[in-house]
Design a protein around this ligand. Structure first.
Ligand SMILES: [Ca+2]
Ligand SMILES: [Ca+2]
Length: 79
């Protein structure tokens, strides 16, 4: 199964999960976990854990992943 998604699909996926709790424009770690488990389970089959992935994405360290920060994940997925 291909993990490739269009930019529009990725934006709607981000928005769907970001809206679940707290700030609707930001992904908490719990929201990121749900997103990955449902949409990109293969990402966590490698050596990296959810904690590591979250740290990598949360560049400004505020404990949330913005859509801009999410682009790093988008690049991983499209590799
Ligand atoms: Ca949120
Ligand atoms: Ca952040």
């Amino acid at each position: 199964m291909s993990m490739k998604k269009s930019p529009a699909e990725l934006k709607s996926i981000f928005e769907k999960y970001a809206a679940k709790e707290g700030d609707t424009n930001q992904l908490s770690k719990a929201e990121l976990k749900l997103l990955i488990q449902a949409e990109f389970p293969n990402l966590l089959k490698g050596p990296s854990t959810l904690d590591e992935l979250f740290q990598e994405l949360d560049k400004n360290g505020d404990g949330e992943v913005s859509f801009e920060e999410f682009q790093v994940l988008v690049k991983k997925i499209s590799q």
